[in-house]
Design a protein around this ligand. Structure first.
Ligand code: C5P
Length: 225
């Protein structure tokens, strides 16, 4: 087993596939810790943007990674984890499309990825960890005993995003959302450092036709097998 014998379940996959919600439910059911690695990249991007750090300034990027004051809090009844940056709740701005875009761009820089590696590994604490992202099973927790890679067609992921926006009271245009989903897939899969791809030993689940409950059942079955 990996990381101080802590059992780790990695959930990787493209944006909008439902990793976050699946990870949250499985972590709750197992009573395990949760790592939303995308939130770390999003918070990092937010700080870089606010401090106007140049993305070719490697030393400044490392400094941001070392001083990133991030805290995750799970409030009872909330579907999502709240994220605090420098003591301020930034959950809302973190989940905007704009921050996601910035995160995706900055996440392709090698020095950023290596500077954030230890911070992510440190989440592996007993009794277990559910880690969601793009490279959890390939790079951050390569020895994890349980690995899942979620997929769904780009159309389905764009539809899910549209519904999510609608429940938040926002609007979206399906073709624009689809174009963004595809652009992010392309950037995340074609980058040089830790590109989005399933680990060789991951269970691949196509969620296009599955409900959240059906995916959770398959993931729990993997852990209990
Ligand atoms: O998962 P989420 O949409 O919050 O991630 C935002 C962006 O952060 C992704 O598009 C991806 O480029 C980057 N990311 C990453 N590696 C991870 C998690 C997120 O490169 N482990």
């Amino acid at each position: 087993m990996s990381q101080n014998a802590t059992p780790v379940l990695t959930i990787d996959g493209p944006s909008g596939v439902g990793k976050g919600i699946i990870a949250r439910i499985v972590a709750q059911k197992q009573n395990w810790n949760l790592l939303d690695s995308g939130a770390i990249y999003r918070a990092f991007a937010l700080v870089v943007d606010t401090r106007k750090v140049e993305i070719y300034d490697e030393e400044a990027l490392k400094e941001v990674a070392q001083t990133l004051d991030l805290e995750f809090k799970t409030k009872a009844g909330d579907e999502l984890v709240s994220v605090y940056l420098d003591g301020k709740d930034v959950s809302k701005i973190l989940r905007t499309e704009k921050t996601g875009e910035m995160a995706s761009k900055i996440a392709s820089i090698g020095v950023v990825r290596s500077a954030l590696l230890k911070r992510q590994k440190d989440f592996a604490k007993m009794p277990g960890l559910v880690a969601d992202g793009r490279d959890m099973g390939t790079t951050v927790f390569p020895d994890a005993p349980f690995k899942v890679y979620l997929t769904a067609s780009a159309d389905e992921r764009a539809n899910r995003r549209l519904k999510q926006l609608q429940t938040q009271g926002s609007k979206g245009i399906i073709l624009q959302i689809l174009a963004k989903v595809k652009a992010r897939d392309e950037r995340d899969s074609s980058r040089k450092h830790s590109p989005l791809k399933p680990a060789k030993d991951a269970l691949i689940i196509d969620t296009t036709e599955l409900s959240i409950d059906e995916v959770v059942t398959q993931v729990i079955a993997l852990i209990e097998a």
